[in-house]
Design a binder for this molecule. Sequence first.
Ligand SMILES: [Zn+2]
Ligand SMILES: [Zn+2]
Length: 342
Amino acid sequence: MRAIRLIKPGAPLALQQIEMPTVGARDVLIRVRAAGICHSDSHYRAGISPVEPLPLTLGHEVAGTVEAIGTDVRHFKKGERVCVHYMATCGRCGFCEGGTEQFCSTGKMIGKYRDGGYAEFMAVPERSVFHLPEEIPFEQGAIMMCSSATSLHALNKARLRAGETVAVFGVGGLGISAVQLAKALGAASVFAVDINPQKLALAKRFGAIPIDANAANPVEQIQSATSGRGVDVALELIGLPLTMRQAIQSLAILGRAALVGLTQKTFEVAPYSEVLNKEAEIIGVSDHLASEIPLLLTMARSGQLDLGHGIIRTIPLEAGAINQVLDGLEKFSDDVRVVITP
Ligand SMILES: [Zn+2]
Ligand SMILES: [Zn+2]
C-alpha cells in the first residue's frame, strides 16, 4: 500500500510502498478516508520533536472505515465509519486502569511512535477506535481527534461547572473548539482573548465575548467585564509566558488556570496575590483521554461543536502536496485546516 513517511528528520516526507499493516487479535484495520495535517506534524518533519522508529508514517488525526478486524475484536464490523483516538495504549497498566492512559508506559502515539494515517490503511487497537456518527463528515471526524479533544480535556481538567465563567487565551483551532465546548458545558460567559480580528470575530459568532489583547491589557478588560471578580476557568492555548501569566491573573477566587500551550520558557507568578490568596490552581494539560471521545462525538453530532466553519481543504495522498502544506504550517498558523483524503 502507499504511505507518506518521514524517512529522515529535516527532509521532505516521501512516498513508500509498504506492506499492509499486520492486524493483531485486538486490532482494527482501518481504510483511511481522512487524515488531518496538524501543526505538530511540521515539527515532527523538522526534527523538533522526536519521531521513531524511522521510517514512520505520520498522521494522528484519522477517520475512516473498518476494513478488517482481529479475532478478539467485538465492537466493530467491516464497513463501519470510525475515528481514532491517537494513543495506542495497553489497557492494563496502572495509568490505563486509572483513566490516565496518556501516561501508559508502553503507550505509543499514532503517527509519532507507530505508523499513522498518511496512508491507505492503518491498524490500531480496538480500544482506540470509536464509531463516527453519520452526521459527522470524515474530515471533521479526523481533525476533532486532536484539537477539539484536547480542548475538552483542558475544560475537564479545569473542572468547569455549569454557570461558571471562562477565558480562552488564543482562539485558533483549539480555542474555537474550547469556546463552543465551554458553552455546551454550561459556561455562563466565555471570553475569547486574541490579537487576530478574524479569530475574534469567529469566536464572537460562537457566543464568546471578544477581548482584543492589542487594544488594551486583556486582564484589565476581563476584570472590568466581570466587575473585578475575574473568571473561574482560564485556558492558555498559546504557549507564551506572557499569556500564561495573564491567564492566572484573570482568575477569580478559587479559579483554575489550565495550561495547554507548549513552551520550554519559564514564566513569572506573584505567588501571594495571584495564587495563594485566591487559592487559585495552575493545572497542566497533556493530550486527552479515550474516555472523552464519546462526549465529544455527541456534541459534534448535536451541532454543539461545529467544525464546519473552518476552511477545510482536502488534498490527495501525495508526498508533494503534503510537504507543501507542512511548509506552509512552518511559516503560518492553522487558519486553514488541510485534510488528506486518500
Ligand atoms: Zn494534531
Ligand atoms: Zn497502559
